[in-house]
Ligand binder design. Sequence first.
Ligand code: PLP
Length: 371
Amino acid sequence: MEHYLDNAATTRVCTEAAEAALQAMTETYGNPSSTHTKGREAHRLLEESRKSVSEALGARDPSEVVFTSCGTESDNWALLSGAESMKRSGRHIISSLVEHDAVRRCLDLLESRGFSVTRLEPDGTGVISPDSVREALREDTILVSLMMVNNETGAVTDIGAVSEVLRRAGSSALLHTDAVQAFRKVPFQARTLGADLISVSGHKIHAPKGIGALYIRSGLRLRPLLIGGAQESERRAGTEPLPQIAAFAAACRQDPCVDHLAAMKHLAVKLLSEAVPELCFLDTAAPHILSVSMPGWRSEVLMNFLEGRGIYVSKSSACKQGRRSHVLEALGLRPQVIDGALRLGFSRFTVPEDLTALAEGLRDARALAHH
Ligand code: PLP
């Protein structure tokens, strides 16, 4: 039996999303920019889909949602164009040490282009405090980019409070949040959050890979990253991938099952700590991510052992591919804890049997080593 517990890396596509994609591929297959009936039909589906994603985001208006190819593109666009569009007012950017590489690499690039970046330190679980943003804020700060939920630890940063810090200080800096891990897991409404730019991605919420969106607060003009045709109201060129978009929208219309995620996380902590008392957990607020470590072990060894039993977990983040996690290092964890870290990700398809299998797997790995 398969026990997939790596839902922060990606999720299984839900039937509703797969059916929506099939429908768009085989029936509503016109180009949304074509003026004939097939094109108009596709355009209708595109705008209905935008409305569903916009409602899930709590945006004021569907026109605030622009479809992209992934969360990475949304982050790149927000950071690179956001900084460029503001550079007449200053060149200082505030972000953190625990951002995803899709943001970190943009920060490095912006530094090489003459911007200066303050990378805030997180607390022991990955949360960035709004006070630290206040302290770092300068007259020439033009952009603040902080993730809402950390993809390795599940730490939740209060973006609403960060927005309040900027408002109180009278700062005109743009506020971007990478909400790829937060969307449909941690409640927020784009219309009240106070962020100007919000990145989300389909494959973390049971839509296929290859679709994301950037929420752009209405009134904000962001220079396109992709230029060419006039799609997406001239904000992002390229024929819209309607199958992925329709699937993304269908996934957004499903119940996010947040209570179920939280129950699975709670149960995982209980079963795992009963099975292996020396396990260390990071206590974080996101309902779907649990960072756990078996000190003295290597994550790869545990992952391989578990995989032999059909249990899939990850070592910190799937994108790291063997490198040590910059996030866990920034938390100041002991090297032994970092090296034995596993990241668990729950979804609405996670069942208690998955967690029992994991707890038994870790207990048996430990017992074998003691013999
Ligand atoms: N930001 C965060 C926090 C993520 O977890 C991920 C995915 O791993 C991304 C950005 C990138 O999203 P995508 O895989 O859609 O490019």
